[in-house]
Design a protein around this ligand. Sequence first.
Ligand SMILES: *Cc1c(COP(=O)(O)O)cnc(C)c1O
Length: 471
Amino acid sequence: MSDLRLPGADITTDALLRRTCEVATDYLGVVRERRVGAEATYAAILDALGAPLSDAPEDPLGIIERLAANADPGLVATAGPRYFGFVTGGVLPAALAADWLTSTWDQNAFSFVVSPAAAALEEVVRRWLAELLGLAPDVTLGIVSGGTMANFTCLAAGRHAALERAGWNVEAQGLFGAPALTVVTSDESHASLFAALQMLGLGSARVTRIPTDAQGRMRPDLLRTALQGINTPLLVCAQAGNVNTGAFDPLPEIAAIVHNAGGWLHVDGAFGAWASASPRLRHLTAGLELADSVSVDGHKWLNVPYDCGFAFTRHPAAHRAAMWVDAPYYVPAPDAVRDNHHFVPEASRRARGFAVYAALRSLGRQGVADLVDRCCMLAQRMAERLSSDPRVRLLNDVVLNQVLIRTEPAAGDPDAATAALIRRVQEEGTCWLGGTTWHGMHAMRIAICNWSTTEHDVELAADAIIRCLPA
Ligand SMILES: *Cc1c(COP(=O)(O)O)cnc(C)c1O
């Protein structure tokens, strides 16, 4: 072990980072073509990388070489064009490059004092995102680790505002003895929304769930009925983009009902909110600007690296109150300068604004619209190709980037046949997609939200899926 110098601009660090850059670009060079699913088992990865921690330091270059070689079989090509599982974006080159710099600069995005650049950049992207998503120009933004924490942050702000109206300070007093708060979700709200409610002490099971229609949209008539006679503080959670069908809750109607009842409306727009950026699809998110809070993912459709989510609210005081932390050494920035920590649950954190900045600038307003439109067009193409086979049944109206299919063989159980189909497709490796259960049916869910997916990728994937169908 010849080199114990700490990282710095010395020759060893230089060689290490140049070689790492090669390893990274080699990976990107093959990610389009490599098998999409991982090959290694859990045990094999543990075996390859799980030797006991050595007493002595190790050479950094050797560590990186062995890490890259041994992790490789356990990598999933989510950065490539044919990963359609969950709702998973890729990584735009500019965002990746900015993310490398983010780690290099090692800025603490806590406050203006610790990193003026990180603070200012989050304000810059706040303005751009508000414009692209059709939100008010003065909407507040916390850049958090993803959609789950965006839901958490928004609902914390909503919890504050709803209880404040009833004369209760939830941050100071907690929920013990608090006025009852009515929490309403859709029957098909995303699992992370219930996780957020559970972390906020609002309970995931004590909510009123409003039934949905045949596409998974919250039924406003049933919401109206459910709210009749309710005079407690109220928090209602709707969604823009059902995680299975891509369908949008009718937000203008829902907003009118919720605001009429004096409630706070939160909209989970993790991926669906991006429809606002497309002139062709903007009608789908009508009413999003009426929401009191909106959560959106950055690492899904915007194609920035993990971890990135956006928590927006129209209520600066509630947003700040919900996230407020004070300590004698938290020296505030001068007036009118943004301190990021007022808007997020974390103190020290990654400077997430740089990658968002680079992604948005590299696409431009037109590029964001094109990205969204292209993915939706490819989802249409996928749905057409698959449903032209009589063994495939398309379950949803493909209004966005989500395609929900299943196979219903002439004989036998369609749920089991669909599960077997999903397994075969995953093993075959041309593409990767997962399963879900929707309206009592097992289904295969295809989400297209990677900037690098082409029509050819959709053809390759559709052909592979068709080859895997039961005879
Ligand atoms: C993915 C998703 C979430 C959770 O976001 P994470 O970034 O995975 O935490 C929430 N809501 C919807 C609709 C989603 O698709």
